[in-house]
Design a protein around this ligand. Structure first.
Ligand code: E4P
Length: 231
């Protein structure tokens, strides 16, 4: 499963990039507005930090303006993916952008049939919003499972399922078990994916035990051994 980070915060992206598990970035108008920076400058900076798909969203009501914006956004960097809302006009724009060879991420998807429509329009990614479905008392993960099944019925569809609106590590796990291609994960949730109390206590135990080893210089010892054995 690919991990995208769901943020426009450059500091979070830099910190997560260091972890070596981030394959791409998604932004949306709310995330851009929250950071208060320049939209295009922020997208360009993100592209310089992460070598992978970076979603930048169009903001327009009509397909013509969406396509115009999308064509320009795609020129910022080869890795820019144009994010388009799953409205009827958004689907028209997706089909046109796709025909031009521009990658798209169709967002605000809340039911499997919408995912089928987006795939038929040639979307590169479809973004079902798991957390927001949970928020209204439905099962967001069931929507992911249904989409995986739906796309599996038609192997010619190349659209990747990008589980979005992720709220906690269980969402990531369940999306992976269901077979979603990507999860876009907020920084605070990604930060939790490493943790288990038994990992921490076990690591503390091993570190304490190591104190009893007479020569603790691993680098020095291994280097000397490699020299001696001509390796
Ligand atoms: C998707 O790409 C969106 O940016 C995001 O996942 C929305 O999540 P939210 O429901 O937490 O706003």
């Amino acid at each position: 499963m690919k991990f995208f980070i769901d943020t426009a915060n450059l500091d979070e992206i830099r910190r997560a990039a260091r972890w070596g598990i981030v394959d791409g970035v998604t932004t949306n108008p709310s995330l851009i507005a929250k950071e208060g920076g320049d939209f295009v400058g922020t997208i360009a900076e993100i592209c310089s930090l992460i070598d992978g798909p970076v979603s930048a969203e169009v903001v327009a009501e009509d397909a013509e303006t969406m396509v115009k914006q999308g064509k320009l956004l795609a020129r910022i960097h080869d890795n820019v993916v144009v994010k388009v809302p799953l409205t009827k006009e958004g689907i028209v724009a997706t089909a046109q952008l796709s025909a031009l060879g521009i990658k798209t991420n169709v967002t605000l998807c809340f039911q499997p049939i919408q995912a089928l429509v987006a795939a038929k329009a040639g979307a590169t990614y479809i973004s079902p919003f798991v957390g927001r479905i949970d928020d209204v008392g439905r099962d967001g993960m069931m929507m992911i499972e249904d989409m995986v099944q739906l796309y599996a019925n038609y192997p010619e569809l190349e659209t990747e399922i990008l589980a979005a609106s992720i709220r906690h590590p269980q969402h990531v796990l369940q999306a992976a078990l269901a077979g979603a291609h990507v999860a876009t994960i907020p920084f605070n949730v990604m930060n939790k994916l490493f943790a288990h109390p038994l990992t921490d206590s076990g690591n503390a135990q091993f570190t304490a035990a190591w104190e009893g080893v007479p020569n603790k210089d691993i680098v020095g010892q291994v280097s000397a051994w490699l020299d001696k054995n001509e390796r």
